[in-house]
Write a protein that binds this ligand. Structure first.
Ligand code: BMA
Length: 316
C-alpha cells in the first residue's frame, strides 16, 4: 500500500483526531463531520455521532487550533426530532455547513433518515446552539447535499445526490427562498464500468470558490467483492452556471490507505463532509470520517489541487 499517489492531501501524523472514546456520553462511533471556522478563528466540527441503537445525531466539537484539544458538547447538539419532523425517524447524518453572508447564518444541510430512505434536510443557525429547522427540502432517496454560499442570479443553489434506477449522480437545484426547489440540472454523472467512480458519486464538503470555478471534492464508490470502496476525486464547475463541469480528475486523489481508514464499522471508507480554508486563502484542512468509526484530518493546498486537476483532469 506504499504506492499511493499523489500526495495532494497529507494526513495528520496523529490521526484519528477524534474517536468515540473522546465523547462525554456513551456512543458507538463519531464520523463524517461538517466543518467551519467561527469568527474568532475556532474550528467547529459538527460530528455525526451514532449511538448504540444505530441512530445518529449531531454533536459539536470546537478547537482553537483545529487539530487537538477539542471541546466536545456534553450533550447532543442537534437531535433528530421525529415527533415534529417525522422524516427524521431514524436519525440525522452527514452534515455539510455553509456560511451564508447574506443571512449572517450557517446553513446546515444534513441527511434525514426517513421511513422511505435518506432525504435532504436544512437547518439554519447562528451559534450551533439553537437551530431553525426547514425540514425536508429533497425527498428520498437523496443525500450528499450542500448549499452554495450565495445566490446565483437571485436563486439559492443546492448540490445533492438523488438515486434513480439509472445510477447515483450529482444534481443541482435552485430556490428563491430555500424552501421550494426547482430548475433541477444534472451536474456530474458517475462513470461506468471499471472506473473508481463508476455508478455512484456524491458531493463531499461544500465547493470551494476559486477564480477558476467551484473546486469540488467528490466521492466515488467502487463496488468490489468485499463491499464498497470510497475514494475522492476533484471536479471544477463554472462559477455562474455550476451545472457546467469544466474539469474532472481521471484518477482519484485520495483513498483509504492507513489502517484507521481501512478497518472499522465499514471498511475502506474516507468520507469528508467539511473542510476549513486558512486566512492565506490556500491551506485546506479536510476533516473526514474514516471507516464510519472516527474522524481524521488531512492538509493540502487549494492551488496545488487546482494544478493537479489541470494536469490530470479531463477538460470540457
Ligand atoms: C454513505 C453514507 C455515509 C457513509 C458511507 C459509508 O452512503 O451513508 O454516511 O459514511 O455510506 O458507509
Amino acid at each position: 500500500m506504499k504506492n499511493q499517489h499523489p500526495q495532494i492531501l497529507i494526513r495528520y501524523e496523529h490521526n484519528p483526531i477524534l474517536t468515540a472514546d473522546n465523547w462525554l456520553y456513551p456512543v458507538n462511533s463519531v464520523f463524517n463531520p461538517g466543518a467551519t471556522l467561527l469568527p474568532d478563528g475556532t474550528t467547529l466540527l459538527l460530528c455525526r455521532v451514532e449511538d448504540r441503537r444505530g441512530i445518529s445525531h449531531l454533536c459539536a466539537a470546537r478547537s482553537t487550533n483545529g487539530v487537538d484539544n477539542w471541546q466536545i458538547d456534553s450533550h447532543p447538539t442537534l437531535m433528530a426530532d421525529p415527533e415534529h419532523y417525522p422524516e427524521e425517524l431514524w436519525g440525522i447524518e452527514d452534515p455539510r455547513i455553509t456560511y451564508i453572508p447574506e443571512l449572517k447564518k450557517y446553513a446546515v444541510v444534513y441527511t434525514a433518515y426517513t421511513h422511505d430512505g435518506p432525504g435532504v434536510a436544512l437547518a439554519l443557525t447562528e451559534d450551533f446552539k439553537t437551530f431553525e429547522r426547514y425540514g425536508l427540502i429533497m425527498q428520498p432517496d437523496d443525500k450528499d447535499a450542500a448549499l452554495l454560499p450565495r445566490r446565483l442570479d437571485g436563486r439559492w443553489a443546492l448540490i445533492h445526490r438523488p438515486v434513480s434506477a439509472q445510477g447515483a449522480h450529482m444534481w443541482i437545484s435552485y430556490s428563491p427562498d430555500l424552501r421550494y426547489w426547482g430548475g433541477h440540472k444534472l451536474m456530474l454523472i458517475a462513470r461506468k464500468g471499471a472506473w473508481w467512480d463508476a455508478n455512484k458519486i456524491g458531493l463531499t464538503s461544500p465547493p470551494i470558490e476559486t477564480e477558476q470555478g467551484w473546486l469540488t471534492i467528490y466521492h466515488g464508490v467502487r463496488q468490489t467483492a468485499s463491499g464498497s470502496l470510497y475514494r475522492l476525486g476533484l471536479a471544477l464547475f463554472d462559477l455562474q452556471t455550476p451545472e457546467r463541469c469544466l474539469q474532472r480528475s481521471k484518477e482519484w486523489m485520495f483513498g483509504p490507505n492507513e489502517l484507521y481508514e481501512r478497518h472499522g464499522d465499514v471498511d475502506d471508507v474516507v468520507f469528508p463532509c467539511g473542510h476549513t480554508i486558512a486566512s492565506d486563502g490556500d491551506t485546506i484542512r479536510m476533516y473526514y470520517g474514516v471507516a464510519d468509526s472516527s474522524i481524521a484530518l488531512a492538509t493540502g493546498s487549494v492551488r496545488t489541487m487546482l494544478e493537479w486537476l489541470d494536469k490530470n483532469g479531463d477538460k470540457f
